[in-house]
Design a protein around this ligand. Structure first.
Ligand code: BJW
Length: 234
């Protein structure tokens, strides 16, 4: 690889798998016999809000009992020690990158620990359930929904992500299947913009052919090894 200064890292569910957080598409990828594509949509929420809220209440409760793993810690160390630009774009709605100590994190699919009021459009920190339709802390309306990005909705931070991709020398994709756009297209965007590209995943992703290099194995092994290598060359 040439001289690397600016790095964009995309993470997905695989980075949190070894912390005990289920991925979406491994081992069937089903929840209550629904495909994620059938549950994580505004239409599903309109059709059966209790089902969707129960799904997110259960996951919001679970993530608060999980701990960051060696991959989150390695990325936090890279964030702290890398002298160039770095952006961790995560598709994950857990807060394990932050709890490991990373600060340059962008949650493009939202965050479990936020609730979004559809009445006043304010997002508030939220750790409890939403099923019982609590009032919005800002306006008092019972109009809170999970602050996550469902299919058909615009992911967060796209301008910032594309600005970082434009400046990137290296794009690294970690623990994501490459099944969901626009994130799955970032590798091609990065290549077109001149960055080197690297995949770190348990197995070849759907987009593995687009990467210059791929290393396959559990995130808790391949990510710390890659971070050590990169920091040693800085
Ligand atoms: C390990 C491991 C270990 C396991 N170590 N690895 C046709 C073509 C192109 C696009 C579309 C299309 N039809 C519709 C679309 C658009 C649609 C889309 O992509 N649909 C696909 C089904 C095709 N996308 C959207 O609607 C998005 N919005 C949008 O496009 O807006 C318009 C727009 C236009 C122009 C520019 C920008 C935007 C919104 C997508 C929202 C996705 N939301 C979800 C739910 C979030 C809330 C929640 O958590 O419930 O996000 S769906 C779900 O999938 C979640 C994830 O973030 C996302 C990606 O999943 P991820 O992380 O890749 O997990 P898995 O399970 O798929 O993979 C895990 C990987 O880890 C596997 O590879 C394992 O091998 C690996 N692994 N253990 C390392 N220990």
């Amino acid at each position: 690889m040439n001289q690397i200064r600016n790095i964009v890292i995309l993470t997905g569910a695989g980075v949190s798998a070894e912390s005990g957080i289920d991925t979406f598409r491994d081992g069937g990828g089903l929840w209550e016999k629904h495909r994620v594509e059938d549950v994580a949509t505004p239409e599903a929420f309109a059709r059966d809000p209790e089902l969707v809220l129960r799904f997110y209440d259960m996951r919001r409760e679970a993530i608060q009992t999980r701990q960051p793993n060696a991959a989150h810690h390695a990325l936090a160390r890279l964030d702290a020690e890398w002298r160039g630009e770095l952006l961790i774009v995560t598709q994950n709605v857990d807060d394990l990158h932050e709890r490991a100590g990373a600060s340059r994190v962008l949650h493009m699919h939202g965050e479990h620990l936020n609730a979004w009021c559809t009445a006043c459009d304010v997002r508030s920190p939220w750790t409890g359930p939403l099923l019982d339709r609590p009032p919005c802390p800002e306006c008092g309306e019972a109009a809170l929904r999970p602050d996550v990005v469902w299919f058909g909705e615009m992911p967060y931070g796209m301008e910032e992500i594309f600005a970082a991709l434009r400046d990137a020398d290296l794009f690294v994709s970690i623990g994501t299947s490459g099944a969901v756009y626009p994130a799955a297209g970032f590798v091609r965007n990065a290549r077109d913009l001149g960055a080197a590209t690297l995949e770190l995943n348990l197995e070849p992703s759907q987009g593995t052919g687009w990467f210059d290099e791929a290393r396959h194995g559990p995130a808790t092994e391949v990510v710390p090894a890659w971070v050590d290598e990169l920091l040693a060359r800085q």
